[in-house]
Design a protein around this ligand. Sequence first.
Ligand SMILES: [Zn+2]
Length: 363
Amino acid sequence: MVIEDGRIAWVGASRSAPSADARFDAGGRAVIPGFVDSHSHLVFAGDRTAEFNARMSGASYTAGGIRTTVAATRAASDAELDANVARYLGEALRQGTTVLECKSGYGLTVEDEARALRIAGRHTDETTYLGAHVVPPDYADDPAAYVELVTGPMLDACVPYARWVDVFCERGAFDGDQARAILTAGAKRGLTPRVHANQLTEGPGVQLAVELGAASADHCTHLSDADVAALASAADTTVATLLPGAEFSTRARYPDARRLLDAGATVALSTDCNPGSSFTSSVPFCIAIAVREMGMTPDEALWSATAGGAAALRRTDVGRVTVGARADLALLDAPSHVHLAYRPGVPLVAAVWRGGELVAGAA
Ligand SMILES: [Zn+2]
């Protein structure tokens, strides 16, 4: 591979490589595209260890635990939130992630949502307005008024800092009509929809995502045959983003990647990194689960965690090793990407480049 001005300029067999100013021999180790993690929630404060511990001791997961993080996030300073984002982004980078989407959703006031997106925007271009994460306690008696806030003043305050609009469409969060209103309002202001869909139960989220031309339907754990067919028919538009860290951390049934792939859907694999339901920043961990538990081959899992994530963010400049792509690369301490699943839990990422610059590890 030849890298020039931060982009991949040539790919081919070593013996026919053109000359270059500097040369690096990977010594038989595999180089893969940097992971594109298209779903995370990093602007938060506090911790939900007690809730995880209770769940692993028999309690079940509901959408309500989000409110715990909302209270801690509102109470945190800008500097604390910024440091938290930087910490988990660094953690992800060292594990090979070179593009990471980040959502708001733990502020749930006009000021706190705008603040979350402003802070996220210092670290990534892929920022998502998720004022509709859950109805906050202050609006528990009047969810309709909260939807008005999310589609009105809160949207106004967040539009300058966001590329995407998202909604948690789920029993206990927002129903199909509310989700449609929120996504449509965001789209009118230039934000492209993505949807937390069908995580805990079958519901309208996936169909809504496809109908509105959302970039992705995320989770896709509980799908009807019609949902799978809809995602397959929208394979060029709406990516099915699977987030197995959530099922791992909530001890739930994994999404069936095989069923989606066999139907022809485009599948991405991401971490959903958040303190409540999936506190991992590790794409390799998600790849290992996807191969072992979700019916993906190692090739499919790697594609989904790189080019698939890029598709979910409607990008073609990252997630692939092709001429013209940004030189975002991870060097594995292994002869092939199969080892990501074959050697689960082992820190195989030895070095990471972004735009041709070494940004983590050592080559
Ligand atoms: Zn999420």
